[in-house]
Write a protein that binds this ligand. Sequence first.
Ligand SMILES: Cc1ncc(COP(=O)(O)O)c(C=O)c1O
Length: 350
Amino acid sequence: MRVHGGFKEARIDLSVNINPLGPPKIFYSALSECINDRVLEKYPDYSYKDLRSSLAKFYRCSEEGLIPTAGAGEAINLAILATKPRRIVVVEPSYGEYEDISKALGIEYKALFYDKSSNSFYLDFQKLNSICEDEESLVVITNPNNPTGYYIDREELFTHISKCKAKFLIDEAYMELCSKCPVDIGADISSNIVVVRTLTKWLSVPGIRLGFLYTSNAEFHIRADTLRQPWNVNSLAECIAQKIFNHGNELRTFINESRQFIDEEKRHVTRALSALGLKVFESSTNFLLVEISNGWYVVEALKSMGIAVRSCASFKGLGPNYIRVAIGKSNENSEFLKALAEVLKNVKSN
Ligand SMILES: Cc1ncc(COP(=O)(O)O)c(C=O)c1O
């Protein structure tokens, strides 16, 4: 069964990792302009020429290597289908879809694990050496990682893996919400690497379904582009993106403000959780992994108070005694902390 965050009935939903400051105003202005232009009555451009050009300009990469997709989800599927690997190697714990897809396609799945220190899950590059020479493997790394929040320096990672024969899928869904991460994709990506990005998280628009994959490998690009569903990105998403990416500077300012806000709130939430005696792992992005006894009880008790956090029971190498908490708006974070303190008091007194 596929397991995901997101609990529609929650008053405060910290089980999904989206930007608490979004969407920015220009998103809604673009949305109403596109509706007024009646774009839903037209097919999108089959080849997404202008959309690819707007995205490539903003992310400073080449438009030829870019394929717009319905969210990062579709980009991941396409990358796997177009690679047709003998095995998929996922650095775990991570997002569950990679394993689900490999199982559905009958592709061998293998896990490599992050090492754990007192406050972080980190990747020892030596671990990749065993797989590096295997040209039939597709190695998946989420950077920054979900659910640990761990960030591997992108340049260091790309230098290391570009020498490998194995192919790499690097899911960068949370890059824009991580202060030490680059926003740019850059044109010079090694041909064995596919990068996945999405607008979902940083613009806070899971409903619009827009992401893309990027590759410098022309052969792979043709395969992936042929495999995508015709008109895979709807005309509303196409229209909005073209409009907002014309305001690149405004979007970059929005990213910087979001990062600053998230960092400040994250410091505050981390301090408060530590003061409650909980172990919080170092995170470079907009959510925190927390080790907590009686995890199931805590998740359910919070839910009954209208607050959703993500149980990590379904994540490889974690379990029910870990939860993932997104950084929300200030009042949401305060309410969550207050509710959690109350729940923990009840746990102790029972
Ligand atoms: C690491 C990662 N990749 C991809 C996705 C899917 O993103 P999208 O909503 O853009 O399909 C998620 C969503 O939770 C995610 O955490």
